[in-house]
Design a binder for this molecule. Structure first.
Ligand SMILES: NC(=O)C1=CN([C@@H]2O[C@H](COP(=O)(O)OP(=O)(O)OC[C@H]3O[C@@H](n4cnc5c(N)ncnc54)[C@H](O)[C@@H]3O)[C@@H](O)[C@H]2O)[C@@H](O)CC1
Ligand SMILES: Nc1ncnc2c1ncn2[C@@H]1O[C@H](COP(=O)(O)OP(=O)(O)O)[C@@H](O)[C@H]1O
Ligand SMILES: [K+]
Length: 512
């Protein structure tokens, strides 16, 4: 699913209005009807107080329409107009009149007003600001937002949490609604998925308001949300008359004294994701443990006991995954550098492999194009330098990836794969995966997918999705805390099955 900028959303609104030959208030009515249906299907007439806070733009207009519909269905409502500007939108005014025609009289909140009482049992509808927010809310509006947050009432935000701009970080983090639930029109917003701004969104859901599908299809989005429908078509089926050679020979290079487990996890994951053959290249101290822990894996060793000082692979691997637990010894660094110089096909680089690149940036030119780099935030920072915000981080990563023609997997709660100026936002995974070695598992999986012929960007996106799904399945049986990296590996097979399971309630199962 595409993720649009505010400008692109306005364009899609405009194009829908033109194409369907409707007026903008018809689109607003349609949007707010969806909001009403959502709320009504959950409340089913329950006598709860609904307090609607509506701005004076079109987001407030949506709130006005919702208020009218709730009133028509005998809900107990209180409507507040947050009167932050005299420049009221036409559709807001139109719907304010329609509400008054039904003898519902909103109160107008301005700078001098007392803050309204909100009980924790009320439902708050937040329709103060939408995607039109372009500067910090005034302090009195910010205080009202804080008051709503402090009420602990269930807060349903219309389109976006008010006070959260869609293309930058908020000016003042206190002046943003902490939404219990966001109903986002047609498409999700990038801010829902970034660590600095995703904290304002507990759960979100798309409401389909029928925006022009041609316009959406034609518009190039900088970011895309990767759910099952986007990932499934990337799957490469196994062929009946295939053999292990069909699915590639992966080589995992890494490990040092005390860090052989990283290679064990990566090789195991590489096999489980479907690589035909897997060889590990480790220092001598890793030989026995690897041979007994993962009998399917072949093991090569270097000449040293505790670290890698040269990398010699006596055959042409389909793909190499390198860096986990490899350490930063001088000899390891030069072995890594020489290995890069003689490598031509895409590889996967993780952990200390990335740290070596950060410390020796002249090596970057030797990284084969279309290689996949999998940094966690600290490793990314060492590679691309400090950033001012998540938005800045993504721009800098895009520039870095384009400069060296690489795929960069920015790991996090919503891992974002960056390639060719675009970002692919992952939807699977959970906080149980914040555990030692889960990154090693991901590296092994992406390597194993490349071995099977997936293109670099697809191996990264598909691997990240499947890795998160394995984590979700693991967490569903054992919870977050006990989830360990080795359990992720055990669930890779289940994750494949889950990918192909037909959800019974696909239509309704779209909350996040
Ligand atoms: N355009 C359309 O056809 C549709 C728009 N819809 C709604 O319209 C919303 C966008 O509406 P608007 O463009 O009117 O914008 P908003 O309702 O988000 O904001 C209202 C106006 O306030 C002003 N403003 C921005 N920041 C401010 C601040 N800090 N203090 C005071 N004033 C400020 C801006 O001029 C802005 O246009 C969407 O989020 C969505 O809820 C929906 O009704 C669906 C259809
Ligand atoms: N809160 C979270 N939600 C979802 N996924 C997470 C979360 N925290 C970590 N992960 C995932 O777990 C992996 C952690 O990788 P990394 O930090 O490299 O771990 P390690 O170095 O221990 O192997 C990444 O794929 C990341 O996306
Ligand atoms: K809002």
């Amino acid at each position: 699913m595409k993720i649009f900028s505010a400008q692109q959303i306005y364009q899609a609104d405009k194009s829908t209005i033109q194409r369907e030959q409707i007026t903008s208030d018809v689109l607003m009515e349609r949007a707010a009807t969806q909001l009403f249906e959502w709320l009504h299907s959950r409340l089913r007439g329950t006598q709860v107080n609904v307090q609607l806070f509506c701005g004076i733009g079109n987001n407030g207009g949506d709130g006005m329409v919702l208020a009218r519909k709730l009133h028509e269905h005998d809900y107990s409502i209180k409507v507040h107009v947050v009167n932050y500007s005299e420049r009221r939108s036409e559709d807001f005014l139109l719907n304010l009149e329609r509400l008054k025609d039904m003898k519902v009289w909103p109160d107008f909140i301005n700078k001098e007003s007392d803050l309204p009482q909100i009980s924790p049992n009320d439902i708050v509808v937040d329709a103060i600001f939408g995607i039109g927010l372009n500067r910090a809310p005034d302090d009195w509006v910010g205080n009202l937002i804080r008051h709503i947050n402090n009420s602990r009432a269930f807060t349903l935000s219309v389109d976006v949490p008010s006070g959260l701009p869609v293309d930058r970080n908020p000016w003042n983090s206190e002046y943003v609604i902490r939404a219990s639930y966001v109903l986002s029109f047609q498409l999700p917003k990038l801010v829902f998925f970034l660590p600095e701004t995703g904290i304002y969104v507990n759960q979100w859901e798309i409401v389909d308001i029928g925006l022009d599908p041609d316009c959406i299809a034609k518009t190039d989005a900088d970011f895309e949300l990767m759910g099952r429908p986007e990932v499934l078509p990337m799957y490469r089926p196994r062929l009946k008359f295939s053999h292990k050679g069909t699915y590639g020979h992966s080589v995992i290079i890494g490990g040092s004294y005390g860090k052989i487990g990283a290679v064990q996890l990566a090789t195991n994951a590489c096999l489980s994701v479907g690589s035909g053959l897997v060889t590990a290249f480790v220092p001598k101290c890793g030989y026995d443990s690897l041979q007994s822990a993962v009998p399917e894996v072949m093991v090569l060793t270097g000449s040293r006991e505790k670290s890698i000082s040269e990398i010699e692979i006596p055959f042409e691997p389909s793909v190499v995954g390198i860096g986990m637990g490899i350490g930063l010894d001088d000899d390891t660094v030069s072995a890594f550098g020489s290995f890069l110089k003689k490598s031509n096909s895409p590889m996967v680089i993780d952990a200390d492999g990335l740290n070596i690149l950060s410390q020796n940036p002249e090596m970057l030119k030797d990284v084969p194009r279309l290689s996949v780099l999998t940094p966690h935030p600290k490793e990314l920072q060492r590679l691309i330098g400090e950033w001012a915000s998540d938005f800045d981080k993504l721009e800098k990563t895009k520039a870095f990836a384009s400069k060296y023609d690489l795929v960069v997997v920015v790991k996090g709660a919503h891992t974002i794969t960056i390639y060719n100026g675009k970002g692919y936002v992952n939807t699977t995974g959970n906080p149980g995966m914040a555990t030692a070695g889960s990154g090693d598992v991901l590296t092994g999986m992406i390597t194993g997918l490349l071995a099977q012929g997936y293109l670099s960007v697809e191996a990264a996106i598909f691997g990240v999705y499947l890795h998160g799904l394995a984590g979700d399945l693991g967490a569903s049986s054992m919870g977050y805390e006990a989830l360990k990296a080795s359990i992720l590996v055990k669930h890779i097979g289940n994750a494949y099955s889950e990918l192909f399971r037909q959800p019974e309630m696909e239509q309704k199962d779209n909350a996040h």
